[in-house]
Design a binder for this molecule. Structure first.
Ligand code: MN
Length: 148
């Protein structure tokens, strides 16, 4: 709708919200790209790391809203990265979704490490999107039950 002066009204135009950042720590490149594409399609900005230590550094530097954390990484494990982040007041509020192809990883050890949710691989896309959106919105204040 145009004003009588011919210009479009400006009062509804607000600067777009800065997209929330999601860090994906995953050493398997096809998985990294797939997870990244799903997250991008939800309107979030993706940061990528292929090792635990790089992931830790990016988490501390950028403070993403959420981390999708592979457990088996080439250097330190995703659970160790999670423990370090949750033990630090500056990063404890970052929500963490741990992922693993090993169903046994979904036992109590992921919760003990501080993971907010666990997603078995292969990731079910609809479940992943639901947990992703929920945790980005709500943050790391409570744990979600294990997604099936
Ligand atoms: Mn891995």
């Amino acid at each position: 709708m145009l004003h009588s002066n011919g210009f479009a009204p400006l009062h509804n135009e607000k600067p777009a919200d800065t997209p929330k950042q999601v860090l994906v720590i995953e050493d398997n490149l096809p998985s990294l790209k797939l997870i990244g594409a799903i997250i991008t399609a939800q309107g979030y900005k993706v940061l990528e790391a292929t090792t635990g230590l790089l992931g830790l550094e990016l988490a501390r530097r950028h403070h993403p809203a959420l981390i999708v954390m592979d457990i088996r990484l080439p250097d330190i494990s995703g659970l160790e990265v999670t423990r370090l982040l949750k033990a630090d007041v500056d990063t404890a509020d970052i929500a963490v979704i741990c992922t693993s192809a090993h169903a046994a990883a979904g036992d109590g050890t992921t919760q003990e490490a501080g993971c907010d949710a666990f997603m078995p691989k292969p990731i079910m896309v609809s479940d992943f999107i639901r947990v992703l959106r929920s945790l980005v919105t709500r943050g790391a204040t409570a744990s979600l039950p294990v997604a099936r």
